[in-house]
Design a protein around this ligand. Sequence first.
Ligand code: CUA
Length: 338
Amino acid sequence: MRGSQRSNSFSLISLLVLGVLAVTSASCSAQAPSSLSPASPNAAAISNLFYIIFGIAVAVFVIVESLLLYSVIRFQRKSDDEMPKQVHGNVKLEIAWTLAPALVLAVVFGITFQTINSLAEFPKDSLKIKVTGHQWWWQVEYPDLGIVTANEIHLPLDQAASFTVESKDVIHSFWVPELGGKIDMIPGKKNQTWFRPFKLGTFHGQCAEFCGMAHANMRFTVIVERADQFNAWVGKQQVAAAAPQTDLAKRGQQEFLQGACVACHTVSGTNAKGTIGPDLTHIASRQTFAGSTMEMNTDNLRAWLQDPQTIKPGNLMPNLKLSADQINALIAYLEALK
Ligand code: CUA
């Protein structure tokens, strides 16, 4: 009877463990950015640290569980009237199980401290970028290049980029798992981090500090490209906004400049100078919009202008109740802002 109870609770625990493992591993889909596939020495240092500490944790688990299982089996009561040997205390054992964890923790502290230290040293020649967190999007500035953009950071391959981050409203956290560790963005305080990407490609960033309703939709994109591609991008971003060419786009510009859009958005070279929402000077050159949650295309722009709140609930852009005509004109204008 007792035996079957024991095996029942054992299989219940196994099921629970399997369930937790299934749920946690399901959340790591192939597309999800992972700090375990590093694309910079900074992220590599963090992922190495993870593997070392994970290895130590596995060793501790195996040793402790083996001792536990051994004791459970070895010292099991053989019959109902058997009395176990009565003992009190064991100095050697007690010293051992106090010292061993202290030693393990000292090692973990040492290697963690060494990794933090190695990442705290900022490189001398780095591309300077200022990122400001807003509910729920990212303003990106290259102060030395005179560029302001949003939700998209272009970086040249193999060059160090240093980031000064802060926030306009509440605390956010700047995180690109494949490129570096998290850094808090705090209103009124400038924090700094840096990384040097060694892989070409598009990497996903995510706000890592709960900051309100659209926290999960506060994403951004980092595009690491060859130096010539990066320079071409810089050249395009440095010129003022393109003037609309078609009649529809011209009408769109009028809608934009005379409507509510200018209260929140900037388009360089026009009288749109709002700073509540993202700078739209070169919006059509971006791959995504709405905090990097929407791919940049006509259908998505239309859906967004029709009702931004169903697409990204809680965001600060109200439904302007635009007519289909106004939306078509605005899209033509926005798509001309290359
Ligand atoms: Cu910003 Cu979470």
